[in-house]
Design a protein. Structure first.
Length: 235
């Protein structure tokens, strides 16, 4: 039975910077379709729900607009963007180039990948349960840690900033295709194997195949099997 673990909660830590938290909160809900394409994001009720002022909310909305995940319409406000095939393909191309460079560097130095073990352990368990939401979070952690180990953390920051539509596609694949998380887990194992073997070309090929796999789902059918939602932010 497929299980789903909620992505980030609505709890805001008021001792930390608020805008990045609001950004993460909204982005996760766009990615997992709790805020579907066309859903309106109303500032006043959302600010009240999160117990924040509108200033950090508007900062978060601006960042999401820059990343193509929302659009702003006169007299309407912020609307969750429709799926964008062009942005998806562009982001896959950019992400592939950056992440291939990361694993090539790691393979060249046969980097110590011990820090990935705990991430992979959680991934394995999530894949076995087909818990795609938990796997998705750990997938992000895996790629971020590869960039950190390669001493290329900005490569991941850039990747994250342009891959909003990729993440929507990835999440749909994991939600709609049985055992898709297991396949992604096995792809991660192959990437690790190629890095440890000291093969830059092998690591590059494994990563390229992994990143490009998101294009296998026909965008025209994107989201058709996801649970329907009214677009309200309920959690």
């Amino acid at each position: 039975m497929t299980k789903k673990t909620p992505l980030p909660s609505s709890d805001i830590d008021h001792t930390a910077s608020i805008a990045p938290q609001v950004y993460d909160y909204l982005r996760s809900r766009i990615v997992d379709n709790r805020l579907p394409p066309g859903a309106r994001i109303s500032e006043a009720p959302l600010a009240s729900k999160l117990k924040i002022s509108r200033t950090p909310l508007r900062v978060a909305l601006q960042q999401l607009a820059t990343e193509g995940l929302i659009t702003t319409r006169p007299q309407v406000g912020s609307i969750v963007a429709e799926f964008d095939n062009a942005q998806l393909h562009e982001a896959v191309l950019i992400r592939g180039a950056l992440e291939v460079a990361v694993v090539q560097r790691l393979a060249e130095s046969k980097a110590d990948l011990t820090s990935l073990e705990s991430i992979m352990a959680v991934q394995e368990r999530a894949a076995q349960l087909d818990d795609y939401a938990t796997f998705f979070v750990q997938d992000e952690a895996f790629h971020a840690e590869l960039a950190r180990l390669a001493d290329m953390p900005r490569a991941w920051k850039i990747t994250h900033s342009i891959k909003g539509h990729v993440d929507r596609q990835r999440y749909t694949m994991m939600a709609c295709i049985p055992k898709r998380s297991q396949r992604a887990f096995e792809e991660h194992l192959k990437i690790i194997k190629e890095i440890r073997s000291g093969s830059p070309s092998g690591a590059a090929s494994a990563m390229r195949d992994h990143v490009n796999s998101v294009l296998e789902l026909d965008l025209q059918g994107h989201g058709k099997d996801l649970p329907e939602t009214d677009g309200q932010i309920n959690g």
